[in-house]
Design a protein around this ligand. Structure first.
Ligand code: PEP
Length: 252
């Protein structure tokens, strides 16, 4: 049996109660007949309750875009994995490049967030990826290996059984520039081989998503690559028809 497909939307800091309601309802009805692919939306914290109330019992799961590395305490402004669990979140994004670059999250903190999610039985979607400068100087694999190793060293290889990885080249996020299917496939294969050094079974089973300007019209060729199991979708997840088409493209 091959790996099932998975498509997750990352709404980032977008939305309003009225707009979300329309989008969520459209996504539920448009993904009703999906086979062998799951989908989720990762929404801003204030809208998780709304997502839960619309999506409960549907084919679409919901999750957060970030999580604290701490479980509770005097951490003003933070949201814990325990709280996300309380609101029925199945997933949380950790280590998105916007968190790493704009909010200074280093590999160690990302690994702690990954572990905190796991401890609450939430599946972390671990984002890894290189900047354009790193790719051009031939450092892409080293950067990604370091990002992965930080998690494996802290949380242990077994935790990857219940996680998802998203390869998101920073230069492709929100830029309209997509990695070619072969460029993405090469990195996905590298990620799998890196995990296989520790455990080949986990390497074969783990879902690895591609993220970076995926749209309805380029999703199919990306998802056709052998090591690409679906996508983490930013901008296009805010448009119901686009997101639904991308979910359909991940069916195999
Ligand atoms: C993202 O933010 O994870 C992302 C992939 O964004 P976009 O699809 O807009 O490039």
């Amino acid at each position: 049996m091959g790996r099932a497909g998975f498509v997750a939307g990352n709404w980032k800091m977008h939305g309003s109660l009225a707009r979300n309601q329309e989008l969520l309802e459209a996504v539920v009805s448009g993904t009703r007949s999906l086979q062998n692919v799951s989908c989720a939306v990762c929404v801003p914290y204030p809208y998780i309750v709304q997502a839960q109330s619309v999506l409960e019992g549907s084919h679409v799961a919901w999750g957060g875009q970030n999580v604290s590395q701490y479980h509770h305490g005097a951490y003003t402004g933070e949201v814990s994995a325990d709280m996300l669990t309380d609101l029925g979140c199945r997933y949380v994004i950790v280590g998105h490049s916007e968190r790493r670059i704009l909010f200074g999250e280093e590999n160690r903190v990302v690994a702690e967030k990954f572990r905190a999610a796991q401890e609450c039985s939430i599946t972390p979607i671990l984002c890894v990826g290189e900047t354009l400068a790193q790719r051009e100087s031939g450092e892409a694999e080293q950067v990604i290996a370091t990002q992965l190793d930080a998690v494996i060293d802290l949380a242990g290889i077994e935790t990857l059984r219940h996680s998802v990885i998203a390869y998101e080249p920073v230069w492709a996020i929100g830029t309209g520039k997509t990695a070619t299917p072969q460029q993405a496939q090469d990195v996905h294969e590298f990620i799998r081989s890196r995990i296989a050094v520790h455990n080949s079974r986990i390497a074969g089973d783990i879902q690895i998503l591609y993220g970076g300007s995926v749209k309805a019209d380029n999703a199919r060729e990306l998802f056709a690559m052998p090591d690409i199991d679906g996508g983490l979708i930013g901008g296009a997840s805010l448009v119901a028809e686009e997101f639904i088409s991308i979910c359909l493209a991940a069916q195999n």
